[in-house]
Design a protein around this ligand. Structure first.
Ligand code: ASP
Length: 433
């Protein structure tokens, strides 16, 4: 398989995984076999990606920040990053709202189907509600308080505390700039080398990606519920999918207009990260690969990618916010509610905030959807309606989340004069053969 490009290998792995899963569902022993002998390899693959997330953020962000000439550059970059993240998220929610109001997927669902779906999933919906309540019960400034860890080892010991690790790394990097060169040089050199090692680890892990995605998708297929209910939710799913597609087109337009690069350049550069996002449903697990693709293949200098992408993976979820808008209005429609313009504007605000608060892991967007529903006065039991089809939509929205981060990193890099030519022109040049 030496001459085949990485993205093809991953795609072949995905297709074979789905086919293998489908074949296995035909056998009585299939589910157990896949669970015992295939699924663990998927888990190992995801774990190995997660394993390097914290060291990668630490090393690359400390190196990135300390490479900046002065602190004003950092605040310039920070302001633009946050600004662009908010703008793209609001645009994503708006695309979702326009589509769901035009297509009106909720009106095509019958009373009986609605009752059936709610009855089947009410318990799961309750569990999500409880999780959301824990998030909601905290005070208005709790997000700020949570940003500052009391203990860095503890913060780095949990992949869910990425923002705390980011905070520490930026703080450390800034202090490193302020220390005299004679003292900081060794520390800088250490993180420089450390960073290189982590990047090499990503290369090595990516060699296993085709097999990893095979295992992930095969186990997903054997575990998925029956497809019957998908029909009732078809229009809802189509609305989300069209929205996500338009969002991807929008990113390509941004790259074309502001960076003057063709879609083929952008797509080729980011595709392996998108395929992983789809297979893992987690932008956090995909982060190491997104960072590598953006800096090596799209030409974003590391100072920018190491700053913009880890923050984006945690707070910028355009696909998730679009989905939350569609889902909220879909549920309202299914329950025969008519949402006025005020309620819909409220959804733009809460979906933007909820996507910022969503963790970068599978299914997180659905937990935060509870808050959007509550705010708009839509029955939370409606969550039970969309359970059956959430996983495939989660896989797709994670692609948009990762692509949105990559787009913003290109725009920020361009705006601060840190967009160069890609280091790696040929696909697989940096992967060990
Ligand atoms: N799975 C998504 C992500 O990791 C979050 C979500 O929408 O559930 O980006």
């Amino acid at each position: 398989m030496k001459s085949i490009a990485l993205h093809w290998k991953i795609l072949i792995g995905m297709v074979l995984g789905i086919l293998f899963g489908l074949i296995m569902t035909r056998f009585g022993f299939g589910k157990e076999f896949v669970g015992d002998w295939i699924k663990p390899f998927g888990k190992i693959f995801i774990n190995s990606l997660k394993l390097i997330a914290v060291p990668l953020i630490l090393a690359s962000l400390i190196k990135g920040v300390s490479d900046l000439k002065d602190i004003s550059q950092l605040s310039k970059m920070g302001g633009r990053t946050i600004g662009m993240y908010i703008i793209t998220t609001v645009i994503a929610v708006s695309i979702g709202l326009v589509l769901v109001n035009i297509i009106k997927p909720g009106t095509s669902i019958s009373q009986e189907t609605r009752k059936e779906l709610v009855a089947q999933n009410i318990e799961k919906a309750d569990r999500y509600k409880k999780q959301a309540e824990i998030q909601k019960s905290s005070g208005p400034l709790s997000a700020l308080v949570e940003l500052v860890p009391a203990n860095i080892v503890k913060a780095a010991g949990n992949n869910r505390n990425m923002l705390q690790v980011i905070f520490f790394a930026i703080f450390f990097g800034i202090s490193l700039i302020l220390v005299p060169d004679s003292k900081s040089k060794t520390v800088k050199d250490f993180f420089d080398g450390f960073n290189e090692v982590i990047l090499k680890m990503i290369d090595l892990i990516m060699l296993a990606a085709p097999y990893g995605v095979f295992a992930l998708l095969a186990s997903l297929v054997v575990e998925s519920p029956s497809l019957d209910l998908f029909e009732a939710l078809g229009w809802y799913a189509i609305t989300v999918i069209i929205g996500l597609f338009l969002l991807l087109v929008f990113y390509n337009v941004l790259v074309f207009v502001f960076i003057r690069k063709k879609p083929s350049f952008f797509i080729k550069g980011i595709l392996p990260a998108q395929l992983l996002a789809f297979s893992t449903s987690s932008s956090a697990a995909t982060l190491p690969v997104t960072m590598e693709r953006v800096s090596e293949h799209l030409g974003v200098e590391e100072e920018v990618s190491s700053f913009v992408l880890p923050i984006g993976a945690t707070v910028n979820m355009d696909g998730t916010s679009l989905y939350q808008a569609v889902a909220a209005v879909f549920i309202a429609q299914a329950f025969g509610m008519n949402l006025g313009i005020e309620a819909q504007l409220g959804i733009i605000l809460t979906a933007t905030l909820a996507s910022i608060g969503s963790a970068a892991v599978p299914g997180a967007g659905m937990v935060m959807l509870v808050i959007v529903l509550a705010q708009a006065g839509i029955p939370e039991a409606g969550l039970a309606l969309i359970f059956a089809i959430d996983r495939p939509l989660d896989m797709l929205r994670t692609i948009a989340n990762v692509t949105g981060d990559a787009t913003v990193s290109l725009l920020v890099a361009k705006s601060v004069g840190k967009l160069g030519e890609p280091k790696v022109k040929n696909w697989d040049d940096n992967y060990v053969k």
